[in-house]
Design a protein around this ligand. Sequence first.
Ligand SMILES: Nc1ncnc2c1ncn2[C@@H]1O[C@H](COP(=O)(O)OP(=O)(O)OP(=O)(O)O)[C@@H](O)[C@H]1O
Length: 719
Amino acid sequence: MPSVASGGVRDSTQSNNQSSGTPSKADFFTRKQKIAQQRKSLPIASVEKRLVEEVRSNDILIIVGETGSGKTTQIPQFLFNAGFCHDGKIIGITQPRRVAAVSVARRVAEECGVELGQRVGYSVRFDDMTSSSTRIKYMTDGLLLREALLDQYLSRYSVIIVDEAHERTVPTDVLLGLLKSVQKLRSGSINQLPNIEHMKADNGALMDKKNDAQRASILKQCRVGIKLSPLKLIIMSASLDARAFSEYFGGAKAVHVQGRQFPVDILYTRHPETDYVDAALITIFQIHLEEGPGDILVFLTGQEEIESSERLVKERLRQLPEDKQMLKVLSIFSSLPSEKQMQVFMPAPTGFRKVILATNIAETSVTIPGIKYVIDPGLVKARQYSAHTGMESLIIVPTSKAQALQRSGRAGREGPGKCFRLYPEREFEKLKDSTLPDILRTDLSNAILQLKALGVDNILGFDFMEKPKSEAVVKSLELLALLGALTDEYKLSDPVGHQMARLPLDPTHSKALILASQFNCLEEMLIAVAMLSVESIFYTPREKLEEARNATKCFSSLEGDHQTLVNVYRASDEFFEKTKIGNSRENAEKNLRKWCKENFINSRSLRHARDIHRQIRENVEHMGLRVASCGDETIQFRRCLAATFFLNAALKQPDGTYKVLSSGQTVQIHPTSVLFRKKAECIIFDDLLRTNNNYMRNVTRIDYLWLPELAPQYYALKG
Ligand SMILES: Nc1ncnc2c1ncn2[C@@H]1O[C@H](COP(=O)(O)OP(=O)(O)OP(=O)(O)O)[C@@H](O)[C@H]1O
């Protein structure tokens, strides 16, 4: 059991335990004053002038400063005030995660006293909160990469800040290389048309309607030969290896901002925990019952673990005396719709303490008001790609020291904090300093598609900070070629490759949509792809397994999980349309939530899927793809799935396991699949999950003979 120091630190400045309501004018001014004071007391405030000077005199600057010292929220404001946005230029700040981009933009808009989306805004996949007046723009690294597809000079930006660079996501690594060359381009004059082959008006979708105007304006600038001002580049983090980054950027200057706002006590367990979820639950209650005021943030590994822990906390809470039950449980993970994610940033109701169960999306950049205690079991779910099989799987691994530091940094932002690491100190010493860059351990096909669309043909020649393994690059190139995104010369194909690069989805899902318009089943495929983009549509509590199974039977299709997902979506849509008649939207949504509960559907995930569906439908319509339904001819839908997921085809073996045809791997159908009990001879699957077995998730039965017919580029060669 984790040891918890008794007698908590009471922080009189805690302001979270107040009810939310419309603030009065007095409240508003008090809050404004408090924010101004908070800003002044940040360690970074005392070095504003020096930092601005450093940015003026260095085109590339690396800034390292303690978590919570004010890098993310303050530096863009310093630069704005120093005139870096004159001529309407923008300061862009990238974040590895959307939740950070959204929440930090909100905070900075409030600090500036402006409406979100005006001077300060954010832009993340499927959600754009910017306007023509936006000058400080927070966004995901992936989004800036997509912008570069339309404007390789990133001409609207005067400064780009790559925040949390230590995370080394694939988009961050690609961005770093790209920004280096953008800087070189921008330091010269551009009086000739750039290589904008990829920007030419095809029938491919652009990311949003604004882009047409944006593209036209860039072209105009290029034609008249406007000299663009140099681009300033800032790389930031609390835990990055400044020397490695400096070397990569040709000896760029690194500055260290000293000082942290409040101390965070780190506590370790005496012995390793055998059941970290249980240990986390015990620690939550120890803090709740024994420590002073302050909210709790717990890091878990995924949605399912969070949802089951949420139920357990609520259950255990009910067993406490009534006056001890004032604990509000909230959760945050990536597939949660944005507005739900934002709820964790709201103060707990009066008299309540809040406990937030989070994945690593709350690990960097965010400040969750009220958090004083962090519980860190020291684990994270990470992707692992095998170039040998071409498959990516998710595994639970120990965090790095950098991640542990970031996690503890979520406390101590508004007052002193405590971090409970649920492992012994000697284990901490054994952790790797930093997380292995994603580029060395994930599937690269999406990144390569983006690079090709940016005109980078020689992928291994690209200036990566760390070169991906050539085996992984070759495998991804092969995959893209087999999907038809690349020509025989490994150039981006027209129109398929261009269209795939423009869809904000992974390449296989993008290809599924493009093919579906030819198979007359794009309506079904849009639903399937939207539903596959969220985690866990079905909600199956362990204690109600049989009840849940019976309730979801009506949606099940023996053809497989894809058709089942389509059935769920359509049934929910039908119900929603019916309940909307004579009801307010709010009531209709409430009824839909009730319907979901009765049918053991995860209403959060379903809402998110509906949102994604709306947006990708707009994308494909903009591309000019024909959106039609195959109606009762569902075989068309399955044939289209076979034509897309042919590399994920598997054949049943006499012992009931399956063999993946492309890799020879032995795999099993995941127990949640509708085909788990009614096994088909030949199937395709969406993804592989590696736990104690290799599980195929989202499976559909196909006819073996379809493979050489629909994917001759692979099966004809294979023989
Ligand atoms: N939403 C918020 N509510 C209350 N205080 C906030 C909020 N956002 C930021 N702050 C305050 O501003 C401080 C600076 O936050 P900021 O995100 O700029 O720090 P940082 O140096 O970028 O940290 P990190 O390296 O952890 O991302 C926080 O420590 C906190 O005191």
